[in-house]
Ligand binder design. Sequence first.
Ligand code: NAG
Ligand code: NAG
Ligand code: NAG
Ligand code: NAG
Ligand code: NAG
Ligand code: NAG
Ligand code: NAG
Ligand code: NAG
Ligand code: CU
Length: 800
Amino acid sequence: MKLGRLLSSLALAVFTVDAALISPGNSKVSLKRREAIAKQIEGVLKRDGYEHINKRSEELAPASIEAPKTNIWAELSTDEVDGVYSLIKNKFNLTDFSEATLFDNYAVWITAINPNKTDALEYLEGDKTAPQRYARAVIFFGGEDFAKQSEPHGYWQTYQVGPLPATEDTEVVEMNWAFTKSSFSYAQGYRDSNRWALEDSFYEVLFQTDQVKAFAEDIIGVLSYGLDDSPMQIGATDPLVYDPKTKSLFSWGTVFLDNKWSAGDILPTGLFIKTNITGRDSSKFEVVQWVYNNIAYNSTEAFYDAWNSNDFEKLPQVSLNQSWTNPSRRNDSGTRPLDDRTSPIVIEPEGRRWQYNEEERYFTWMDWSFYTSYSRDGGVLFFNIKFKGERILYELSLQEAIADYAGDDPFQVHTAYLDTSYGWGNNAYGLIPGYDCPANAVYFNSSWNAEGTNNFQNNTYCAYESMEDYPITRHTSRRYVSVTKAATFNIRFVATIGNYDYNYNYKFFTDGTMKVSVRAAGFIQGAYYNPDTGDSFGYKIHDVLSGSFHDHILNFKADFDIAGTKNRVTNTALKPATYVYSWAPDTEYNTKVKERSVFQTETSLNLEDVGNLLVESADQTNKWGNPKAYRVYGTLGRRIAERSSKLAENANWANNDIHFTKQKDTEYTSSGVFNANSVFEPQVNFNNFLDDENIDGEDVVCWFNLALHHLPTTQDVPGTIFTTADSEIVMTPYNYFDSEQSRDTRQQFLYLVNDGGEPSTDFFGTELQSMQYDIEKIDVSSFNFNGIKEGKDMTNMPSL
Ligand SMILES: *[C@@H]1O[C@H](CO)[C@@H](O)[C@H](O)[C@H]1NC(C)=O
Ligand SMILES: *[C@@H]1O[C@H](CO)[C@@H](O)[C@H](O)[C@H]1NC(C)=O
Ligand SMILES: *[C@@H]1O[C@H](CO)[C@@H](O)[C@H](O)[C@H]1NC(C)=O
Ligand SMILES: *[C@@H]1O[C@H](CO)[C@@H](O)[C@H](O)[C@H]1NC(C)=O
Ligand SMILES: *[C@@H]1O[C@H](CO)[C@@H](O)[C@H](O)[C@H]1NC(C)=O
Ligand SMILES: *[C@@H]1O[C@H](CO)[C@@H](O)[C@H](O)[C@H]1NC(C)=O
Ligand SMILES: *[C@@H]1O[C@H](CO)[C@@H](O)[C@H](O)[C@H]1NC(C)=O
Ligand SMILES: *[C@@H]1O[C@H](CO)[C@@H](O)[C@H](O)[C@H]1NC(C)=O
Ligand SMILES: [Cu+2]
């Protein structure tokens, strides 16, 4: 995945950049360069008026619905953030981010802390007032005024600020209750844009030194990094490599080639650099190793000398004709029959069938209801998900995702991304109507604070009703045909983290089933294909490209409340058995049986070891005496590689497919932004959640992993496709009700022959009428796309 996020967006060869902006050593330079690039792309695309496509549906839209309660999980308002900021600015002598260097104190994020569940439930279910609001503020201390002897290069600290709104007297305390650790050294802390810029300025200088310029240009065959017209881009691995013995910090870098399709991730060069990046002064950074063609050189001189010698072997490089990397339509292959006609679209013939409250982000559809919130760390978050008036889930939210690579080169070997550090909410750009979401979707905007800016983004997530392409149920008998449509309600967001686009979908069915899926598309992080050593780790999928084998494991928190908070986890094993029945005492029958067991204590499981895995009510049964329950199953998974120095304690949730713990306010998230680089002592060590507490009859939280063991093939060239790069969990009622719940929907057809042989048909009042659909053309005249960058109000069209 994301390859030095910032670095990779720098050298866009198609847009020229003012050379004067580049002056190595100034950590702000690269940001300016980025902004300049964004300005030049501005206005390339313009679009507006997609409300036309929705016109009919909007005209017939139901009224906004009153939310029964205030959304107590809502992200902070701009006023709340500004109040917090002025308080901590004074208290900690903060420099505004736009002016700050790594030698100042500055705020990196200000975000909401969700209320504790006990307080929330008292508000939701009782007549208590809404819980007070709190903020989480993360500060980098680079200045001398708050310096610590133990942290010569500065440190990060997370604070809890509140209750809000902030006044001079508001409490600001270190936020330790939710984390294993709340303070992080510079070395193992967060790589914010100031740090990326620092590393980038080092590489810009390095690649303009005589020796490096000479061999890099010769080996790779293009202008060296740092020049305006250079297509080289430098990627650097996560996590940072910290050596506690020498207190030194290292980073592995590699050179990719950018092109006009930003396809650098599939244009590797096979050149690797290990750099000592200890400290905050890039002029003290030092190359400690070059690796090329599986040979390590301990210094730039050593590599230069080898390159100058007669027996140096140059590896083949990617051809300059890179039209194969174009992820858009290829026009060299003709047109498929009838493909000149527009493909089908979703229509709501009688108007929208769901309601929402914009302010509270409260949604209702077909006896479902829930609130959404939005955060920089997690994207769209769901709270208080109810079906038929009963809470099924208190919280459903994305926590973290790892992308853990394997390969024959040091870059892939050292790569294990934790994407929450890059952020989901801040990387969800505007969705494209009719393409990302069906034509009848409604779009929602969002806001978050990061690096000193209150950011706004239109159309970050969409909601729509859709139809599955199969009926939810049917039956044909001697007397009748009965068939019921499968309508679903969906919330979707797409986060583009560097090379990858993650499509998250939350789907609700009329019977009480929910499905959460993730799909991946975009460019793979490819490796340079070396025929001698590469075949164990990937297929050759182009001239010099290998699809390097990696695991995507994505962790979610699902706080089930099945008929209240007294729950338990059970397994119904499905087993072969040999039975002798009383009615046939001489015969052994090979058959199969169900066998229920209860998990008494907190547990981690792999799906292949269980049968039907249930979250049950510990005190309520259905009419037939079975515990009310939800079953969870799906394509869950865990990482394949074992514990290593790149993933030691920071993603312990990825060691098994699914975990069940006792709900605790202090077990707030399974990961944190600082987990990415603090490998041994992470912000949240998930193993601490698993301390054998009783979960039988307790409030249970399920932590599950969607997973994709991604061994790329030519199906990933030029881009990975959502069709198969996917994973899904199903959460479905299991003896929860006394019978299946979709029987009350009108979206059915019944053909019935009565006793006299007379046929009749029934559409239950929802017979599709023939009508003209006044769908208008998509008007793209006010679409504006400033290129992908984090920043205020960065993309596109008006929010609906
Ligand atoms: C406050 O921060 C500024 C900017 O980093 C610094 O120049 C100044 O010395 C600091 N003030 C104190 C009292 O340390
Ligand atoms: C939530 O609970 C924790 C642990 O009991 C407590 O330290 C924290 O202050 C509470 N947070 C809020 C926002 O009330
Ligand atoms: C890394 O660089 C730092 C300072 O720039 C130096 O003190 C340290 O010794 C170096 N580490 C190694 C292992 O060379
Ligand atoms: C390079 O360094 C490694 C250890 O860092 C050492 O084992 C090796 O001998 C060195 N190679 C040369 C050619 O100096
Ligand atoms: C570039 O490669 C494509 C196939 O990937 C080929 O169709 C095209 O003709 C080539 N263009 C040039 C200019 O060689
Ligand atoms: C295909 O697209 C390329 C670049 O966009 C263009 O130069 C070429 O003329 C197009 N070819 C055809 C057959 O349309
Ligand atoms: C989001 O959209 C709503 C409705 O259009 C608007 O009232 C609100 O100001 C917008 N919020 C942001 C942060 O842009
Ligand atoms: C976001 O949508 C609002 C309307 O809801 C519009 O005024 C604003 O210009 C949009 N922002 C951008 C960057 O397009
Ligand atoms: Cu992948």
